[in-house]
Design a protein around this ligand. Structure first.
Ligand code: NDP
Ligand code: 8X3
Length: 257
C-alpha cells in the first residue's frame, strides 16, 4: 500500500504537460482521478487510457477554470457522488505572450490573471471546504520560479505566479489547526506545451526555448508531486523549487551551441 492508493486526486489542466504526467503517475500508483481541462477529446482519451491501464476510477470534467459557475458545478457533482478529493492539484495555467509591459496585449494579461490566479482561487474555494469538513487533505499549487524572481518581459506572468506563491502561503496560514497540508511546487524551465501556448502557437519560437540544454520533463514534476504527497502526515513541505541542472536561477544558464 502506498500513500495515494485508493485516494482521490483532482488535477486541473490534465490534458497536457505536468497535469497529464501527474495523472499518469498517480493512476499508476492506484489513485482515483478527477481530471479537468478544456480539450474534450484529450480529456476523454486520458480517462479511457488510465482507466484501462491502471484499473482506477477516472472522472473527467471538461471546462474552463475561469468560469466560476463551471467550477461550482464540478464541486456540486462531486458532492452528489459523495467524492471528496484527498489531493487537489492546482495546475491549470499558462503564460500568454512575452512583451515589454508597455507593448503587452490586454487579452494576454486577462487570460493569465483569470486562469493562474482567479481559476486557482475558484477551484480552491469550491473544493477546500470539503477537505476542511473532513479535516484531511493535501493541496499542491503549481507555482513557478517566475513567482520568485521577475525577468524581462515576464511582467504579468511573473505577477500571476508571485500571486500563486502568496496564496500558497496564505492557504497554509489559514489551515493552521487542521491536518490539511499545502505545498507550492515551483519549476524552472520544463519542456511541455507551455512555450507553444506562450508564443501563441509559434512552434519555432517555442522549441528555441529548450535548445542547448536538458530542460525539466513533465515526469520530473510528477515525481516531485508524488514525493510531497507521500511524506508522513506530520510533514508539510510548503515549497519546493526545481530547476534543470543547466539552469541555476532565472538568469544563469549553461546552454550549449
Ligand atoms: P501545458 O500548456 O502543457 O499545460 C497546461 C494545462 O493547463 C493544459 O492541460 C491546459 O488544458 C490547462 N489549462 C490552461 N488554461 C486553462 C483554463 N482556462 N481552464 C482549464 N484548463 C486550462 O503547460 P505546463 O504543463 O507546463 O503548465 C502547467 C502549469 O505549470 C502552469 O500553471 C504553468 O504556469 C506552470 N509552470 C510551467 C513551467 C514550464 O516551464 N513548463 C515551469 C513552471 C511552472 P486545456 O488547454 O485543455 O484547457
Ligand atoms: C515557467 C518557467 O522561466 O518560463 O513558469 O517563466 S519560465
Amino acid at each position: 500500500m502506498n500513500a495515494v492508493q485508493g485516494k482521490w486526486a483532482l488535477i486541473t489542466g490534465a490534458t497536457s504537460g505536468f497535469g497529464k504526467a501527474i495523472a499518469e503517475l498517480l493512476a499508476k500508483h492506484g489513485c482515483h482521478l478527477i481530471v479537468t481541462g478544456r480539450r474534450a477529446e484529450r480529456l476523454e482519451s486520458l480517462q479511457h487510457i488510465l482507466e484501462e491501464k491502471y484499473s482506477v476510477r477516472v472522472l473527467a470534467y471538461c471546462f474552463d477554470v475561469r468560469d466560476l459557475n463551471q467550477c461550482v458545478e464540478m464541486s456540486n457533482d462531486l458532492q452528489s457522488r459523495e467524492i471528496v478529493p484527498d489531493i487537489l492539484i492546482n495546475n491549470a495555467g499558462l503564460a500568454s505572450g512575452k512583451n515589454k509591459i508597455h507593448e503587452g496585449l490586454i487579452g494576454d494579461w486577462e487570460k493569465m490573471i483569470d486562469t493562474n490566479i482567479k481559476g486557482l482561487l475558484y477551484i480552491t474555494r469550491t473544493i477546500l471546504p470539503m477537505m476542511v469538513a473532513r479535516n484531511e487533505g493535501h493541496v499542491i499549487n503549481i507555482g513557478s520560479t517566475a513567482g520568485h524572481v521577475v525577468y524581462p518581459e515576464g511582467n504579468v506572468y511573473n505577477a500571476s505566479k508571485f500571486a500563486v506563491k502568496a496564496l500558497n502561503e496564505a492557504i497554509n496560514l489559514d489551515l493552521v489547526g487542521t491536518n490539511i497540508r499545502c505545498c507550492s511546487i515551483d519549476p524552472g524551465a520544463a519542456e511541455t506545451e507551455f512555450s507553444l501556448v506562450r508564443f501563441h502557437g509559434d512552434a519555432n519560437k517555442a522549441s528555441k526555448v529548450y535548445e542547448g540544454y536538458q530542460a525539466l520533463r513533465a515526469e520530473d514534476i510528477a515525481d516531485a508531486v508524488l514525493y510531497v504527497i507521500g511524506t508522513p502526515p506530520h510533514v508539510n513541505i510548503t515549497n519546493m523549487v526545481i530547476y534543470p541542472t543547466a539552469q541555476r536561477n532565472v538568469f544563469v544558464w549553461d546552454k550549449k551551441g
